[in-house]
Design a protein around this ligand. Structure first.
Ligand code: FPP
Length: 241
């Protein structure tokens, strides 16, 4: 049996470049990116993944031109409205991570409606990272812990990895196995910094709007060949003594 990742995170990069290469406005890349989100979600359900986490909007993405940010917000709302039924039919539960309370109210409302409508989905969790930053997530976890300490419910000696993990945006998130980044860059760009500690990284040159099942299968095949040691010695050395 080949090891299959249970939880894949994807840094969906290259929408703008995909459009520019075709002489089109960047927003067309995002629109085609939304189609790739649907395709990939359905492919991951077919593969039996437990969770797919997509980096949809980072805490840094507010620095983009106003019209692009506005377009992305409208696209998220349209996507959620259009996909709700398919998510339910495919047994997909929607979750979010990030400072979602800072998103425009219409995005927050649609997210809340979709999370509620899909909450019985038990085949796969689709987690959208929206206004998400790995550093902000750790800042927010620290704030929650300091609040508890201030109320007298926590001392410094009780803080350990499990407690910090329990104060992240989704405390029950399954371990992250594989991070795929499209668009050819080799950075984490503030994505799931805590959870990435022992995840495998798989960058691919293809831009996100072109991402399809063949790229996903190639990433999973590469993952199956990796030896995950979690800090221990290689298996061969263990046998040799
Ligand atoms: C990065 O590409 C992509 C984003 C910042 C936005 C991701 C959004 C989508 C894929 C749209 C659909 C998403 C959902 C959840 C419906 P980039 O624009 O930075 O590409 P570039 O590096 O080529 O400029």
């Amino acid at each position: 049996m080949k090891p299959v990742p249970g939880h894949i995170g994807i840094i969906m990069d290259g929408n703008g470049r995909w459009a520019s290469q075709r002489g089109k406005p960047r927003i067309l890349g995002h629109r085609m990116g939304a189609r790739a989100v649907r395709r990939t979600t359905e492919a991951c359900v077919r593969l039996g993944l437990e969770q797919l986490t997509l980096y949809a909007f980072s805490t840094e993405n507010w620095r983009r031109p106003r019209h692009e940010v506005d377009f992305l917000m409208r696209l998220f709302v349209r996507f959620l409205r259009g996909e709700k039924k398919r998510l339910i039919n495919n047994g997909v539960r929607l979750q979010t991570i990030g400072r979602t309370r800072e998103l425009p109210p219409r995005v927050q409302d649609e997210l809340a409606r979709t999370v509620e409508a899909t909450r019985e989905g038990c085949k796969m969790t689709l987690c959208l990272a929206l206004n998400y930053g790995g550093r902000s997530e750790l800042v927010d976890a620290c704030r929650a812990l300091v609040r508890r300490a201030g109320e007298g419910h926590l001392s410094a000696y009780e803080i350990d990895e499990a407690l910090i993990a329990g104060h992240l945006y989704q405390p029950d998130m399954p371990p992250l196995d594989l991070i795929i980044r499209t668009g050819g860059e080799m950075r984490l760009s503030n994505f799931l910094l805590w959870q990435a500690a022992y995840a495998e990284f798989y960058p691919i040159p293809a831009c996100w709007p072109d991402f399809d099942e063949s790229h996903l299968n190639a990433a999973i095949a590469a993952f199956a060949k990796r030896e995950r040691r979690f800090g221990a010695v290689p298996k061969a050395s263990r046998i040799a003594g």
